[in-house]
Design a protein around this ligand. Sequence first.
Ligand SMILES: [Zn+2]
Length: 441
Amino acid sequence: MILIGGGRTITRSDSHPYFSDGCVAVEGSRIVEVGETKAMRKKYPHAEWVDVDGKLIMPGFINMHQHIYSALARGMSLKNAKVSKNFDEILENLWWRLDRALGLEAIKYSALTTYIDGIKNGVTTVFDHHASAGHIEGSLMEIAKVAEKLGVRTNLAYEVSDRDGEDKMRAGIKENIDFYEYAKTRDDMVGALFGLHASFTLSEETLKQCVDAGGAEIGFHVHVAEGRGDVADSFLKYEMPVVKRFEKAGILGPKTLAIHCIHIDDAEKDILKATGTAVIHNPQSNMGNAVGCADVLGMFGRGVLMGLGTDGYTADMIESMKAAGLIHKHVSGDPSAAWAEPPAMLFKNNAAIAGRYMSGKVGALEKDAYADLIVVDYDPPTPLDETNIDGHIHFGMMGKQVVSTMINGKFVYKDRVILNADEKEVLAKSRETAKTLWERA
Ligand SMILES: [Zn+2]
């Protein structure tokens, strides 16, 4: 048993949300008990003692939508690059050029650097949406191998699309099924969803093949009405909006992640609620791509289960939470708006959504939950108690303050050192790999 204690402890558990001097007892992969440090040390005198020395203890973050494959694009300037004036052009001029150029080595280093960046920002679970049209078969296994080596919890999907022809579309379906079969043999550290790119790159026949292949039982991970072009395409070809089309095709349901949902109408929001589909909001990516602002507050009002991701934009979930707070205040013109929803998405809802794919619990420090926790170097300049935790996070914290990360009962990052890989060596090799990738793309 390990006791991690001696600091302010935010549990995100309803029964006892905050301890001014808290301690978490961990046995194997699970939390045994959370309590006051003094009492816990007395109760478990033989446990290994990890003193956080006044730092803050809280649950690790869950990123509900990430794109590992985009990692090596940082700082990239492509040959003959065109200026992209809308989201469709960003995909064609940047992301699809990149994903066609990815080989296994680039996928491996994208995974290593993305997961390490996440771990250093306190992310303990990553739901990833992968694309590598240049190398589809085995791509998810390559990423999973990296996740297992680093000790990070992950859920992977390959985005099926018609954009590179029928053979690649079929290979995408096969990759999802192959990986799902592998994930079934693992514990809650590795999970699978059936990835779909987006409505405008998927024909009716392809959607049917994905459902028939077992996608509906697995659950889909799909971009929904991200750009206006996706909606226009759906009306033009199918005479209905995207959410309606996906409902008819059997894509929605409580196991499906609908990413973005920006250009949808009220009837579509009702469909998302009625089908129990979770919607994942990615505010920084949406602002960066200038695709618009999802009606997050309206969907909350309707009872849609809303989660938070980063869409490849950052690894820092606190950044994403802050951006969510800002965009919805800005767009609604109401400074009193969006105080409660961003932390609800990041903590309560992401935990609930991730929990749909696991047998155990993540996202809370409480008895029997997985021991996924972080230690944050945050010494508050103003009083902190259970009534103002979110205010402290919004105005005072960032991912880079995380000094230690424990996942599934094991430290994977301790006192700012990545334990299961040589970080410097990974970064050096990643830079080399990125250089050759940029030349190929
Ligand atoms: Zn995305």
